[in-house]
Design a binder for this molecule. Structure first.
Ligand code: FES
Ligand code: FES
Length: 195
């Protein structure tokens, strides 16, 4: 997963320079300048829709989604990169949104659980598979599991049960629905490969 941690940005001088310089410096490419109050204009393409926000430079993609766009499908579990509940896709790759700054996603395509179903309400094969295979109990981890699982299949890391367990190991389930999650991914893998 591609991540830029808040810890690196907030506490690391070198990391701060590397990550913060381009988004926060006026006149460099299309990166926005921070206002005097520490906010910055951020443009995100969320599920295909351009969204313009004015955010504190420290706001993560997860908080931008949940607190500013009121899209609460992506869950905040640990908020420190250890559970996978916040997984979204940025430019098609699975990313821990709690560890990714919104300014680092400037202009990028973000896909979330809310955007998976078709306009006609037809569920993505992975969503349907989690229902068919009882791939969840409380459901809190499920949006992250599904986003990660789709990426896992696309990456070619869902060929075997062992592969699925390995490449899904960043997504924890406190209800221990793991056998059903593996079964869900295998069902969806087959229909995604056919479709
Ligand atoms: S909330 Fe992001 S990894 Fe747990
Ligand atoms: S279904 Fe409850 S945490 Fe996974």
């Amino acid at each position: 997963m591609t991540t830029i941690t808040r810890r690196e940005v907030i506490t690391g001088g070198a990391a701060l320079a590397a990550i913060g310089a381009s988004p926060l410096t006026a006149g460099e490419g299309d990166q926005p300048a921070a206002a005097a109050n520490g906010t910055v204009a951020v443009r995100l393409i969320v599920n295909g829709q351009p969204r313009e926000l004015t955010l504190d430079v420290r706001v993560t993609v997860l908080d931008a989604l949940r607190e500013h766009l009121h899209m609460t499908g992506s869950k905040k579990g640990c908020d420190q990169g250890q559970c996978g509940a916040c997984t979204v896709h940025i430019e098609g790759e699975r990313v821990l949104s709690c560890l990714t700054l919104a300014v680092a996603a400037q202009g990028k395509r973000i896909d979330t659980i809310e955007g998976l179903a078709g306009a006609d309400g037809q569920l993505h094969p992975m969503q349907q598979a989690f229902i068919d295979q009882d791939g969840f109990q409380c459901g809190y981890c499920t949006p992250g599991q599904i986003m990660s699982a789709i990426a896992c299949v696309r990456e070619g890391h869902a060929k075997t049960d062992a592969d699925i367990r390995e490449y899904m190991s960043g997504n924890l389930c406190r209800c221990a629905a793991y056998p059903n999650i593996v079964a869900s991914i295998k069902q969806a893998r087959d229909s995604m490969e056919l479709g």
